[in-house]
Design a protein around this ligand. Structure first.
Ligand code: ZN
Ligand code: ZN
Length: 300
């Protein structure tokens, strides 16, 4: 049974030293110095930078665009969005594409290894997701998009992403001082990494379900508040059912702050052919909608 294994047979699960070092390189200065350095202007600047890098770059550019192809755009736009995603400080773009395809593939199988499923505690998930890396024995089964993997710009960003982020933090220190660099650099990036992990963990563990994906181990959960705070990414059951949709909300009471940004990019003519739930057919064939079902944290 694959569901009893941590990773598929032949795959290697190793300590991901580069991502571990990166996480604590951001987190330690943030914990030590950000509480004393934070001010209203610096906090506002951090939120705006988070919207630009995590919201527009990572969520719209990388996740909805590069991975799910929920819209089309010119190569120049794709490159700019990927650069914004890099400045989120969460990792290289091609690593994200790979991990997303691995996880998506296994979560949609009836027999999902434990690393990709969410049958474990938050503490274990913190260690597994933020400290370990999976190296598959064979990439062929995941049908990774070759045009993305071989894109020279994305390959260059994958090799050099840390230097762009460190350069950005250095520039902040030079122009606005070290306090701004700690709040708008280290603390902002720590919140992005830990927030992304937390939203991912919760949205596979608790919340409400509108769609059930037939023969899939994970269908995800929707979380109203996390959806609001994470540019719609916390509406994860919707995303499992409508992976090609650039709109992550599927009901009037759900808020996806990424969606108005998508509409703005469309209005500016920077993206087109936008796929969106409620506007174009985006529902996965195996997704069945039904009455809302809830799962709370004490039910795990
Ligand atoms: Zn996705
Ligand atoms: Zn998922």
């Amino acid at each position: 049974m694959l569901a009893d294994r941590i990773v598929p047979p032949g795959d290697r699960l190793v300590v991901g030293w580069p991502k571990v070092c990166w996480l604590y390189l951001m987190l330690v200065p943030a914990v030590l110095w950000a509480p004393a350095a934070v001010s209203l202007p610096r906090a506002v600047a951090s939120v705006l930078l988070t919207f630009l890098t995590v919201g527009v770059g990572h969520s719209i550019g990388l996740h909805r665009g590069l991975i799910h192809r929920a819209y089309r755009c010119a190569p120049r736009t794709r490159r700019v969005l990927a650069y914004l995603a890099v400045q989120a400080g969460m990792g290289g773009p091609l690593s994200w594409v790979r991990v997303h395809f691995y996880r998506d593939y296994w979560q949609n199988q009836p027999d999902c290894p434990r690393y990709f499923a969410y049958r474990h505690s938050a503490l274990r998930d913190y260690f597994w997701n933020l400290h370990l890396s999976v190296h598959p024995a064979d990439d062929a089964r995941y049908e990774l998009p070759p045009d993305v993997l071989h894109d020279p710009w994305l390959r260059w960003l994958e090799r050099t992403w840390q230097w762009h982020v460190l350069g950005g933090i250095g520039l902040l220190a030079l122009v606005f001082g070290p306090e701004t660099a700690v709040v708008c650099g280290c603390a902002r990036i720590s919140v992005a990494i830990l927030g992304h992990w937390f939203v991912n963990y919760v949205s596979h563990s608790y919340g409400y379900v509108r769609y059930r994906i037939e023969r899939a181990t994970e269908s995800g959960y929707n979380n109203w508040l996390l959806g609001l705070l994470s540019f719609g990414e916390g509406l994860h059951n919707n995303h499992h059912a409508h992976p090609q949709s650039a709109k992550l909300s599927a009901a009037w009471y759900e808020v996806d702050l990424g969606w108005p940004a998508v509409r703005a990019l469309q209005w500016l003519g920077l993206i087109w052919d936008v796929q969106a739930v409620g506007h174009t057919p985006t529902q996965r064939r195996r997704a069945l909608s039904g009455p809302l079902r809830w799962r709370f944290w004490w039910q795990k």
